[in-house]
Design a binder for this molecule. Structure first.
Ligand SMILES: C[S@@+](CC[C@H](N)C(=O)[O-])C[C@H]1O[C@@H](n2cnc3c(N)ncnc32)[C@H](O)[C@@H]1O
Length: 275
């Protein structure tokens, strides 16, 4: 069973179709001790009160404005603008311009990164997300922002989909707030990197815990290997506050801006397992 089929929306019907509005968002007591992967809130939408887990994006994206209100207004998330601005400043430091970029935005969600990239004046942006709700929400909330938006699983990419993505001729990869925690696994990230040209640019963020040497998600090992074997060169590695948790504690992430210097080989991608 795919992840898309497993998700059961908490809403009784497609609220997005009935012009639903967020009436209230209630976070749990600050004392509550839950892992970031388990965080939740209660929301009232069109008179209906529902509990939503933060990582149930299907449910979040169905209600216009809910994702923005929850993460950006209430929990102070800054990552889409932070990563885009950092990319802009590093690229310019190296004598290049984002206006030359054709971007692949992986884990695009409802398009907030696309919004920031368009402010930088990039040539084009193609979004990829694993859930159809992300594409629908982007079309609803930010129409015409993405040149193309594909619903695809980069861990198991159909040949025809891969060809279409390669035709976009992307020279920059962005992935924001989408790596780890059961979202994009290392193999899918490596595949995304494989889809952009060489030389190319990449900008991503990751919870700092995932980059510790003893960490088991595989990202820390993959990123060290990509640098060590000359596939990428990390130009900027910056710790920053991504947002606060529901308990009001800072959640620190690392922003990475790097250059892709060498094509990935099949052996590297295969060594990352089947997910
Ligand atoms: C927290 S949202 C981030 C959205 C956007 N990048 C932003 O910063 O607002 C994470 C997104 O990653 C997507 N995602 C999770 N696993 C994925 C995968 N394997 N491939 C592509 N997208 C995935 C989710 O569906 C969700 O839309």
């Amino acid at each position: 069973m795919t992840r898309q089929q497993e998700v059961t929306p908490v809403w009784p019907e497609r609220l997005a179709d009935i012009d639903s509005k967020v009436e209230a968002i209630e976070l749990p007591e600050r004392e509550i001790d839950v892992d970031q992967d388990e965080e939740w809130c209660e929301v009232v939408v069109s008179g209906e009160r529902r509990r939503i887990r933060f990582h149930d994006y299907e449910d979040l994206f169905q209600v216009p404005g809910l994702y923005e209100e929850l993460f950006y207004e209430r929990l102070g998330c800054c990552s889409p603008s932070y990563i885009s601005n950092l990319l802009d400043s590093v690229v310019r430091e190296y004598g290049e311009s984002p206006q030359e970029f054709r971007v692949l935005d992986v884990g695009a969600g409802n398009g907030m990164v696309g919004d920031e990239l368009s402010r930088l004046g990039v040539q084009s942006v193609v979004g990829i997300d694993i859930i159809p709700a992300a594409k629908e929400a982007t079309g609803r909330d930010r129409p015409n922002l993405y040149d193309d938006f594909r619903v695809a699983d980069l861990s198991d990419l159909a040949e025809v989909e891969e060809e279409r993505l390669r035709r976009a001729d992307a020279n920059c990869l962005t992935t924001v707030a989408a790596l780890g925690y059961g979202d994009i696994p290392p193999r899918a990230f490596a595949k995304a990197l494989d889809l952009i040209s060489t030389p190319g640019w990449l900008a991503f963020n990751l919870k700092e815990d995932f980059l510790r040497e003893q960490e088991t998600s595989g990202f820390s090992r993959l990123i060290r290997r990509l640098n060590r074997d000359g596939f990428i060169l990390t130009l900027c590695y910056r710790r920053y506050q991504h947002r606060i948790s529901i308990a009001g504690e800072p959640l620190y992430y690392v922003a990475v801006i790097a250059k892709k210097l060498k094509d990935l080989d099949g052996e590297l991608i295969d060594s990352l397992g089947s997910v």
